[in-house]
Ligand binder design. Structure first.
Ligand code: 26W
Length: 820
């Protein structure tokens, strides 16, 4: 692609390597003899960034000229990982760059990887936002991401004696090659203060304090680089200069302190995933980036239009969970207080513009704020919420809803005025509300949003998640990508359903052989990483069985490690497998993931995994038959090695609790078989890959709900299971805790007495399915036929499909394939 930027005509004529060398000298300030890997990384990044800028300016012009409908994706989190390889790939410069790096006598991987992950997120929600940015650019949606430029992303996890420790992360220390600081793009964000009303009822809010939001932009190039969107992240700074009065009083330090306080707003990402902390700073973060983003998009809107009457025809806003739900009263406030609209009109316009995605049904994850705190920080927004509730009450009465039902779904419960409920606010203020998998959307209708759904039966729609095939196949698995392209050409890269063309090769001996060779090489790469980071040597003939995700009870890493204990016991009792009549299939259990720092039980699960590893990995009776590995500090870059190198993907959440999952999709696309429950998007993966090619076990969502409802106890099951009894007694007799009998007391109570997440009733089925997989793995042809069919049939799970569907069904926004 060649863009025409008037003042940059000859950029493309300069060989890429020359541009890199120019940046090394004039931007990094080093010569070749002194440059280190990071210096080269920056020089290469700046060279590819130059090329991206052309498409960026071009895209901006085109969108403006065509007055294309704009989509704004508001997300507290963007888990983007490293960008260099991604950008080189999308711009078609990867091989040229690699050749050039090698020609300088440098190690290509070392240079490409000398970039800190941008880890501005907790898990699935943040990674989804990153995949969506890639897919919006690829599909030609005029999409802009808005978030926070946290100075510190998700904490660095280390292990001390097997326990998780948290250290601050400092991704910006070495600079960020991708961002452009926009000091001219700055907005005031107010907090606190009071509201006055004039004779006509017009409100004026006078905040007590204010901070500034400064924009930092990152270009996001789609596949083939012609469409380049923007990710705009806000950084907080003190409003105006340091307070001069204080300064004149001679209290310079107090003035400086004000500055530090203002900057804390974008200082650090909250590491609680599914556990809102209800802290004032968190609320301020939400208001900060939401308000800045709304102000920014309206400023842009007014460069094209002169009033906000038809805002929703030209702009669609997507709220990534309730974190930016304050957009509802904030947009109404702007429309009423700054542009003179009536409340009714302001609400209508808002409801034509905003859309909300729900990512979890867990009751403890639904954000709510103490009303007093909310009022203290956002007095005008609280007034508007009361107007919304009043209006909503009338609407609900008109639809014949019962007073008590209405009370339960208003933003603030009229009789227990203690909480501002953000899910209800986002629902009431949005045009469409979506779930992230078919099952999740169905459960939204039946549970948390049941009454709101009755009132607005057309509001909830499903948009099953997806993953970008650029990062999650082409880049992370070049071996498989090359093999596929050899067979069917490279059209699959932005049209993933073309992968179906390899299905007929699933039983082809030559193709199977090549596919297996790729998997072996990826397993070796994974084994090398494990060796380097933990010192554990892996046997690559073993099944590489991987569970990587945030540590949470509902995701049931503890069920997985209990299965490892059971397998250890079984091998100990019958080392050669003579009693069972078959040799043991060697297996490596790989875990990685972070626990929220305040989530004690999740940290105990990590400790248990490491305790079991210490016993199993050092038992001479076990040898290579079983290894347990916990890789610390899981992040996107680590996933890029783990996913292609795995044989088996663990997706074993308690049915009804995982909204979708996206790791499940990445593994299957890369040819790992799934062992999983009928939960989240696993259900749709089953539909696509076929029941012979995915390994589903356990209770269904309705059975789980029924057991939870009647508080079914696990004791009956344990009584009838010698396998479970042995595990439970080993956890209380110190087998895995150096004789310390107290360590797993809470664990035993949780699982043995209550078992809310149904580990015990699912355990036998899980064990049986694992043994079935052991048998299957020994028949390589059968195993790889299934693996190939997984790759072939996962095309629908591309986030390009997801984004086109949002564009058509929610945003009503054009993309490259609209109308065709
Ligand atoms: C305020 C605390 C908090 C922080 C994050 C509450 C909830 C969250 C997120 C909703 C957690 C999350 O990442 N959810 C995941 O979203 C993915 C993308 O849709 C889904 O694939 C996962 O199933 C869901 O757990």
């Amino acid at each position: 692609i060649k863009h025409k930027i008037d003042d940059a005509k000859d950029l493309h004529d300069e060989p890429f390597g020359d541009v890199v060398l120019r940046h090394l000298i004039y931007s990094v300030g080093k010569d070749k003899t002194h440059a280190e890997a990071r210096d080269w990384n920056v020089a290469v990044s700046l060279a590819v960034r130059d090329r991206m800028v052309e498409g960026w300016i071009d895209t901006t012009r085109h969108v403006y000229a065509r007055q294309q409908k704009r989509v704004y994706y508001l997300s507290m989190e963007f888990m983007i990982g490293r960008m260099l390889e991604d950008n080189l790939t999308n711009l078609g410069l990867l091989s040229e760059a690699k050749e050039f790096i090698a020609s300088q006598g440098l190690d290509v991987e070392t240079v490409l990887h000398a970039e800190q992950d941008a880890a501005l997120g907790n898990g699935g929600l943040g990674r989804l936002a990153a995949c969506f940015m890639d897919s919006m650019a690829t599909t030609g949606v005029a999409g802009m991401g808005y978030g926070i430029r946290y100075q510190h992303g998700i904490f660095r996890q280390t292990l001390e004696d097997g326990w998780q420790m948290e250290e601050p992360e400092d991704w910006l220390f070495e600079g960020n090659s991708w961002e452009f600081r926009r000091p001219e793009v700055v907005y005031e964000i107010g907090f606190g203060g009071h509201v006055t009303h004039d004779a006509d009822g017009k409100a004026t809010w006078t905040p007590a304090e204010s901070v500034q939001a400064v924009a930092f932009d990152m270009p996001i190039a789609g596949w083939e680089g012609d469409h380049v969107n923007t990710l705009r992240l806000w950084s907080a700074r003190q409003s105006g200069m340091m307070n001069l009065d204080t300064f004149n009083d001679g209290d310079f330090m107090a003035a400086a302190r004000q500055q530090v306080l203002a900057e804390t707003i974008s200082k650090v990402l909250y590491p609680g995933d599914h556990t809102p902390q209800g802290r004032e700073l968190r609320l301020k973060q939400e208001v900060f980036f939401t308000s800045a983003s709304l102000q920014d998009m309206l400023r842009r809107f007014f460069t094209n239009y002169d009033n906000l009457d038809n805002l929703g025809d030209h702009v669609a806003v997507q709220l990534n969970d309730t974190h930016p739900a304050i957009a509802v009263p904030e947009l109404i406030r702007i429309l009423m207080d700054l542009h003179g609209y009536t409340f009714e009109r302001a609400l209508e316009i808002t409801r034509e513009t905003l859309h909300y995605t729900n990512h979890t049904l867990l009751p403890e994850a639904l954000e709510k704020w103490p009303k007093d705190l909310f009022e203290h920080i956002l007095p005008r927004h609280l007034q508007i919420i009361n107007m919304i509730d009043g209006h909503f009450y009338q609407e609900a009465m008109a639809k014949g809803l019962d007073h008590h039902i209405i009370a339960g779904i208003q933003v603030i419960h009229p009789h227990q005025q203690d909480w501002v409920r953000m899910g209800n606010l986002a629902f009431i203020g949005s045009r469409k509300v979506n779930g992230v998998s078919a099952l999740h959307t169905e459960l939204m209708k039946q549970t948390v949003f049941h009454d709101l759904h009755t009132m607005y039966p057309d509001k909830i729609i499903n948009q099953t998640n997806g993953v970008t095939p650029r990062r999650w196949l082409l880049e992370c698995n070049p071996g498989l990508a090359g093999l596929i392209t050899e067979q069917i050409g490279d059209g699959w890269i932005d049209d993933l359903e073309q992968l179906q063309k390899i299905a007929p090769l699933a039983t082809d001996a030559a193709f199977q052989k090549a596919y297996r060779a790729v998997k072996s090489a990826n397993k070796q790469r994974l084994a090398d990483m494990v060796q380097e980071r933990t010192g554990i040597t892996l046997n690559t003939d073993a099944i590489f069985d991987t569970q990587i995700k945030r540590i949470h009870e509902y995701k049931r890493q503890h069920m997985n490690i209990m299965e490892a204990i059971a397998l250890y016991n079984a091998i100990k009792a019958d080392p050669e497998g003579t009693k069972r009549g078959a040799a043991w299939q060697p297996r490596v259990k790989i875990f990685a993931g972070k626990a929220a720092p305040s989530y004690f039980f999740a940290k105990l699960i990590i400790k248990l995994i490491n305790d079991v590893a210490a016993v199993v990995n050092n038992d001479p009776d076990i040898g290579d038959k079983l290894k347990v590995v916990f890789l610390p500090n899981y992040n996107v870059s680590m996933a890029e090695v783990l996913i292609p190198g795995s044989d088996l993907s663990e997706q074993i959440s308690t049915a009804g609790f995982e909204a979708s999952g996206t790791g499940n999709m990445k593994f299957a696309l890369n040819g790992a078989l799934t062992i999983g429950t009928l939960d989240g998007a696993n259900v749709e993966m089953l539909d696509h890959v076929g029941e012979d090619n995915i390994f589903i076990f356990g209770l269904k969502a309705d059975e789980v709900a029924e057991r939870q409802h009647r508080r079914a106890r696990p004791s009956e099951v344990i009584k009838n299971s010698p396998m479970l009894q042995q595990i439970m007694s080993q956890l209380s007799d110190g087998t895995f805790s150096d004789g310390e009998t107290e360590r797993y007391r809470d664990f035993l109570t949780n699982v043995g007495d209550h078992d809310y997440f149904q580990v015990i009733p699912d355990f036998q089925a899980y064990w049986d399915m694992q043994r079935q997989l052991d048998g299957l793995y020994q028949n390589a042809e059968a195993w790889f036929e299934k693996a190939i069919l997984n790759t072939a049939r996962m095309g629908w799970f591309s986030s390009d499909r997801t984004i086109r569907s949002y564009a058509d069904q929610i945003w009503r926004a054009p993309h490259k394939m609209s109308g065709t």
